[in-house]
Design a protein around this ligand. Structure first.
Ligand SMILES: NC(=O)c1ccc[n+]([C@@H]2O[C@H](COP(=O)([O-])OP(=O)(O)OC[C@H]3O[C@@H](n4cnc5c(N)ncnc54)[C@H](OP(=O)(O)O)[C@@H]3O)[C@@H](O)[C@H]2O)c1
Length: 247
């Protein structure tokens, strides 16, 4: 069926699909008829994602997005893509004075350098179709500050800036590049935080729409950006945050 909000028959790569937002995206894209190539490091968790997906032809790829070898293997094995969602990400909240260099490297390499490297390799290997849509999962942390999030915020701010330049570079090929900036979604990422359940409950009450996001809220935004319905949208940060950044 040819409907602007459908992504049926599109080939979509999603990184970091073994949990949280990436898993919800892989499930949602499969439900919308796309063929999904999905990555992460945890093979068991990826298999769990696969079990929740619909349809045939999807490909589970165990791949560390910070490994050069894995990146080359991944690129070589992929078909020409209609959609790319760079979602894999990590955080480690820490006051600046206690930051360790290895934490900085881990966050910046995973959240910022890996998506840049992935796009470089996919473009060089001509794996990005004309008319494709690239979606980077940034964060409202790019512009909405919270204590202890310095490196994470910098990585996401950098990702949003990178996306705009890439959007300009690829516009002549009708390849669109956008980011999604989610607000708080409870996931593996937030479980690594020093915040208590009490802290989260108090924080959640601040959200104008009354709750934190669900992974599916972000997945639905990704489907919109992957679909032809958004074909005149490029270079934007789509904020999906229950209204928290307007207060
Ligand atoms: N949750 C939030 O409140 C929130 C808000 C704004 C933005 N985000 C962003 O949303 C994205 C998804 O996060 P999430 O909340 O869904 O967290 P999550 O549940 O912890 O998921 C993170 C995903 O990234 C993958 N990943 C991490 N390092 C990787 C690496 N080196 N190679 C390959 N995959 C890697 C993990 O897979 P493996 O462990 O299997 O490798 C996992 O599938 C991240 O970019 C995050 O920054 C989250």
């Amino acid at each position: 069926m040819n409907h602007p909000f459908y992504i049926a028959n599109k080939k979509v790569l999603i990184t970091g699909a073994s949990s949280g937002i990436g898993r919800a995206m892989a499930i949602a894209c499969s439900e919308m008829g796309a063929t999904v190539y999905f990555t992460g490091r945890n093979a068991v968790a990826l298999a769990d994602t696969r079990n929740r997906m619909q349809g045939e032809g999807h490909q589970l790829i165990v791949s560390d997005s910070t490994s050069k070898y894995d990146l080359e293997q991944l690129t070589a094995g992929l078909p020409e893509l209609d959609g790319i969602v760079c979602n894999a990400g990590v955080n480690r909240r820490m006051l600046t004075q206690y930051l360790k260099e290895q934490d900085m490297d881990m966050i910046l390499n995973t959240n910022l350098k890996a998506p840049m490297q992935l796009m470089k390799h996919l473009l060089k290997a001509k794996k990005v179709q004309s008319g494709a849509s690239v979606v980077f999962v940034s964060s409202i942390a790019a512009h909405h500050s919270s204590i202890g999030d310095g490196v994470y915020s910098a990585s996401k701010g950098g990702l949003s800036s990178f996306a705009k330049v890439l959007a300009l570079e690829l516009a002549s090929k009708k390849i669109r590049v956008n980011t999604i900036q989610p607000g708080m979604v409870r996931s593996g990422l937030t479980e690594n935080s020093p915040l208590t359940e009490e802290d989260y409950a108090k924080d959640e009450q601040r959200y104008p729409l009354g709750r934190y996001g669900k992974p599916e809220d972000v997945a639905n935004a990704a489907i919109f950006l992957l679909a032809d319905a958004s074909q005149w949208i490029t270079g934007i940060d789509l904020i999906v945050d229950g209204g928290i950044s307007i207060i």
